[in-house]
Write a protein that binds this ligand. Sequence first.
Ligand SMILES: [Zn+2]
Length: 241
Amino acid sequence: MTRGQRKPKQPKYQRAMVVVAHADDAEFGCSGTVAKWCKEGMDVVYVIVTDGSKGIDDRTITPQQLASMRSDEQIAAGKILGLKDVRFLGFPDAYLEPTLEVRKAITREIRRFKPDVLITTSPTRTLTGRGYIGHPDHFAAGEAALSAVYPAARDHLTFPELLAEGFEPHKVKEVLIMVSDKPDFWVDVTKTITIAIQALAAHVSQVGDWDAEKMLRRWKRAEGKKRGVQYAEAFKRFVLD
Ligand SMILES: [Zn+2]
């Protein structure tokens, strides 16, 4: 390397996992970050905890048809983003609770993929704003994911049946929680906002005629303003010992 040449920037981590309740949750909250990480060469996988079988007004579509449509849409979004894989855990949509069964299923995925960093949703209802009260599945998925990171994925004596399946313990180094209130970590997504919008548009059954692009740009512009960049995504960050 000659003087003045800059070494290509290596990503801090190699492997990332996003754990969310529904197909499309990640596209609303963190797909600009995911697209950025994929472009930087990180391996990123999604874990979708529910089957997405409830979220539609059209009464002619059966829950099974909807679940199948939504998993196809998530796979299409994943291709746009450059994901390595999308795992569907298949728990019933709208009924999710942070049970030991859900925690174990997420722990299995963490031990399988061994992410350095994991993104999930907030485990608590915050009641900020006026137009959205939050979805119980989001809190349940967040709680189960955090409990899977610590201590279940880390400790070999927790869920010993996973060890018997060949899944060795794994320590996640960092957790980012998608939050709209009291964030303390921002990712500049100015260069990947277009990919994030395309990935969101792949969720046809959820987005429909709704101008999701306008909303996504407005949210991420507001976060970008706080950091002096055009677009950003906000998180609460935990660096684990
Ligand atoms: Zn959702």
